[in-house]
Design a protein. Structure first.
Ligand SMILES: N[C@@H](CCC(=O)N[C@@H](CS)C(=O)NCC(=O)O)C(=O)O
Length: 213
């Protein structure tokens, strides 16, 4: 009996970090169960979740009796625990391509704070309202567009095949595209194409996503 995989996510299906791991699990073709933690009720502070999950945040992955937190660490663990060729390759074999994938994953987790603050994932996944962007957030969005435009184009991924960084970058762009904020047309089209992947569509089906505006 193989060890089962459980992804602990948040009840509202809004976490960009849980999103990344969910898409990775789907792209790998792995059977897994999602268990929802009610962050509003602070279920993640209960010792039964907080202690084994290490960080007390979502996502956490449970693989048999092994627990792991931090979304990009989970993505990489899944790649190594379920490696190609038996499973689809999600991290490039090439050292430099792989490094750039990790670069983008680190970037979207640590940068573009004004975009993240004014365009929370709740605005695209949970029907939360979005006020017009401040000048600071517009500048961050323009910087995001410049960087993303140097990394991707319609029909192309960050690396030579789909990776978790594509899902992460598409979600960052969709915070804007999904709210009708200005974004260069090729980037909007690229993000829409990533969101049309079955792995992402399976996530969206759990949310109040109504499509990019
Ligand atoms: N660096 C972490 C971030 C995880 C994170 O911040 N999760 C949020 C949900 S989006 C959370 O659990 N928040 C509850 C809290 O911190 O109380 C990752 O990449 O997994």
């Amino acid at each position: 009996m193989p060890d089962t995989l459980v992804l602990h996510g948040n009840k509202g299906w809004t976490s960009p970090y849980v999103f990344s791991c969910f898409v990775t699990l789907r792209e790998k073709g792995l059977p897994f169960e999602v268990r929802l933690v009610d962050l509003g009720a602070r279920e993640h502070d209960q010792p039964g979740y907080r202690d084994p999950s290490v960080t007390g945040r979502v996502p956490a992955l449970q693989h048999g009796d092994f627990w792991l937190a931090e979304s990009s660490a989970i993505d990489e663990y899944l790649e190594e625990a379920f490696p190609p060729p038996a499973y689809p390759r999600l991290y490039p074999a090439d050292l430099k391509e792989r490094a750039r994938v990790r670069m983008v994953q680190a970037l979207v987790r640590s940068d573009f704070m004004p975009v993240r603050a004014e365009r929370s994932t709740g605005t695209i996944f949970a029907g939360e309202p979005a006020a017009p962007l401040s000048a600071e957030a517009r500048a961050a969005a323009d910087r995001l567009a410049r960087i993303a435009g140097s990394l991707v184009a319609p029909g192309r991924f960050i690396a030579s095949h789909f990776t978790p960084a594509d899902a992460d970058l598409a979600l960052m762009l969709m915070r804007l595209v999904g709210n009708g904020d200005a974004m260069p047309a090729p980037l909007a089209a690229w993000a829409r194409a990533i969101f049309a992947r079955p792995s992402v569509a399976a996530w969206l089906a759990n949310t109040r996503w109504t499509g990019a505006k």
